[in-house]
Design a protein around this ligand. Structure first.
Ligand code: DX5
Ligand code: ZN
Length: 219
């Protein structure tokens, strides 16, 4: 299976978002990753529903929405309404994660659970069969362009083992510091979907960069 790629809009040109979304539409990207931040769960604020809605109208790729906010359960209906395919919520932000996952499914979306770099994968043992994806943060969430945290490779191996042993069908997505050097190692370790912000949007040929990421194959 080819590697799936979900470029992160956070590194796009915000004064001309339409051109960047059209570039994504034309590219081989599988999804479009959108980062919602609240300045509370993470020390930064990105964009919210007005931007999400506007992008949803022109984007032909499924939307992979990453909520870095407290109480993401309050926004499930609103996210479903704009037609998002995947709603990713942080394990660290959900007191009743099982209920939140059920509510995301009931709203007609796929459910992803996200782990911060310091959260071990074994906390997912009792929820892994209920989620469609696990999003491993390979940087501390809040900003694009940060350095990849090397321990993520070990976490991908551990998560792959947990998924296999539990009979779960969850995909593994990685977010943060994904570039030419880290991407092949992540795929080898068992990653299915790569989020990439600055590496894609700051490259001279973003479509070719997306193509190259997609060509990475597991051994
Ligand atoms: C960071 C966001 C990422 C970000 C990744 O908190 O969740 O999606 O855009 O940016 P890069 O790929 O530049 O590390
Ligand atoms: Zn993200």
């Amino acid at each position: 299976m080819k590697t799936m790629v979900s470029p992160s809009l956070l590194s796009a040109n915000f004064i001309d978002l339409k051109s960047d979304v059209e570039m994504i539409n034309k590219s081989e990207a599988d999804w479009l990753h959108m980062d919602i931040m609240d300045g509370v769960f993470v020390p930064n604020i990105s964009f919210g529903f007005p931007v999400l809605e506007a992008v949803a109208k022109v984007c032909t790729k499924p939307l992979d929405v990453h909520f870095m906010i407290v109480h993401p359960e309050q926004y499930i209906e609103q996210t479903a309404k704009i037609g998002a395919m995947m709603m990713n919520v942080h394990y660290e932000a959900c007191t009743h994660l099982h209920r939140t996952i059920q509510q995301i499914h009931a709203a007609g979306m796929k459910a992803g659970v996200t782990l911060n770099p310091s959260t071990p994968v074994n906390v997912l043992e009792d929820i892994i069969c209920d989620v469609d994806m696990v999003l491993l943060m390979s940087v501390n969430p809040g900003f694009g362009g940060q350095k990849f945290i090397e321990n993520t490779i070990k976490k991908v191996h551990r998560l792959r083992k947990l998924i296999k042993e539990s009979g779960s069908h969850a995909l593994i997505e990685i977010d943060g510091g994904v570039q030419g050097e880290t991407a092949p190692r992540l795929v080898q370790a068992g990653a299915d979907v790569l989020v990439s912000g600055s590496y894609v949007f700051k490259s001279s040929d973003p479509c070719a960069t997306i193509h190259n990421l997609k060509e990475l194959k597991k051994k």
